[in-house]
Design a protein around this ligand. Sequence first.
Ligand code: SF4
Ligand code: SF4
Length: 250
Amino acid sequence: MNGILEQIKEISARHDIPVFGIAGSSFLENAPPGHRPSDLLPSAASVVCLGAPFPRGIFKCGARANETYWRAAAIYYRNFDAIIMQLARIIEETGAIAVPVFGCFPYDLKAKGDFWGFVSLVKMAEAAGLGKTGKNGLLFNSAYGPRLLLGGLVTTAELPEMAWPNRDEAGCPEDCHVCQEACPAQAIDRHGTVDRVACVKKSMKSPLFSHLMGSKKYDDSEAELINLVTGVDDHSMYTCIKCVSMCPAI
Ligand code: SF4
Ligand code: SF4
């Protein structure tokens, strides 16, 4: 499997991805049913996770930050997902199976405004040593704070655990509460538990999805499908990213 590691390093270097790691998938098998690596791929053995930072300036352009982030995310997610597929294909050359876990969507819509990734990328990144879950619910990395875009894959290949660069990730500083205090929806409590529904209500607007649902031409069972085809990529506008833009670590 050394050849695979070299290829992961080479792809990461070529695409300017500074952070990546591998963990055994068993570390994530305590996730809620339906969201474990083995739910995505029954004979899962390893997870691979990669992280690339958004430029700082995306979050530092004041009143233009939401729209600037909207454009950046639409471009970045697609590019990153393509790299993850390239990696999956390379791993499959060894005879293993590899299922991409894309940067943001598709996801399950558990309830109104409650989106769940098929497997949590934040937990995958944490298991792979890329950082710790931050108080704003995003991955907190010692070099980039909470501005890493994540992508990964679940594979049947038994890959050796590793993290690049080797870092002893400590997570958010204990005495920092900037994101909790800045959140306009009071969606982050003092312990760093994020009320996802309150956050989504404040931070995203999906005009096309809202219009279609308001037309009553679809029933609730179709809401998830309609959301996926009308509410992702540049179909949804970001209306808040304060818990990243105000973070002293970005
Ligand atoms: S995106 Fe906005 S609403 Fe959501 S947790 Fe961050 S600061 Fe709060
Ligand atoms: S503002 Fe940044 S460093 Fe501070 S608690 Fe929030 S995510 Fe962590």
